[in-house]
Write a protein that binds this ligand. Structure first.
Ligand SMILES: [Zn+2]
Length: 232
């Protein structure tokens, strides 16, 4: 049997989206910082690590390009009217219901398998376990929905992930004068700590608002994706 070797490439990316608020019509930006990893595997004798690293990087870059152009990712409360966009509320609800529902399902299956093992497959244990699984699944889905974000304003909520246009332009100017990437720095300042081996990459600002913000082309998502295309 051929021995395989595996190379893992990690990227931490920071990207902001700028939108017009669906409630008050004012533009604002919100940041998202995320780590992702890609793997490539090859025969230990035939493949060289550098080539595997490049393959893993290219796969990761392709999936990053797709998420970078997705207009409805991330979350940030409008700094003008303090509300979330409808799709942010829906995404949060969907994510929590799925996550808690699956946890309930897994827990139920574990309990069912364990009790039927201890009771030598007694019918009551299997039926009880399956009923419990259904209850845990439903409870998880309902619990996920209950703790999710609700529509409406939260004026006291301070969200470090959002900036008004004025704050964004001032921030960009400050970071560029210090030779820092404004998007990555925004994530670091929010306390995000990327994986120690991750490569840090700025995916710029995806500007979806009607009026231009004055963000330089080099800091736009399209500009950054072109830079990503030329890397390996
Ligand atoms: Zn608003």
């Amino acid at each position: 049997m051929a021995v395989k070797k595996q190379v893992t490439v990690r990227i931490f990316h920071a990207q902001a989206r700028r939108i017009d608020c669906e409630h008050c019509g004012q533009p604002y930006s919100f940041i998202e910082g995320k780590g992702s990893s890609g793997e490539a595997e090859g025969n230990v004798l035939l493949s060289d690590s550098e080539e595997l690293g490049r393959t893993a990087f290219r796969q990761l870059a392709t999936s990053l390009e797709k998420t970078a152009r997705d207009p409805q990712r991330g979350e940030g409360r409008c700094p003008h009217c303090h509300q979330l966009q409808g799709w942010m509320v829906a995404n949060d609800r969907k994510g929590n219901m799925g996550c808690f529902g699956i946890s309930g399902l897994i827990l139920g299956v574990i309990v069912t398998v364990a009790t039927s093992w201890f009771t030598d497959g007694a019918t009551w244990a299997i039926v009880g376990g399956l009923l419990l699984t259904v209850v845990l699944l439903a409870g998880g889905v309902a619990g996920g929905a209950a703790i999710s974000e609700k529509p409406g304003a939260k004026p006291d909520h301070v969200d470090p992930k959002v900036k008004t246009d004025e704050q964004l332009l001032a921030w960009m100017e400050l970071c560029l004068s210090r030779n820092q990437d404004p998007l990555l720095q925004w994530c670091y300042d929010n306390g995000q700590e990327p994986h120690a081996k991750a490569m840090h990459f700025s995916l710029g600002i995806l500007d979806l608002a009607e009026e231009p913000s004055g963000v330089p082309e080099a800091l736009s998502t399209e500009g950054r994706l072109r830079a990503l295309d030329h890397m390996d």
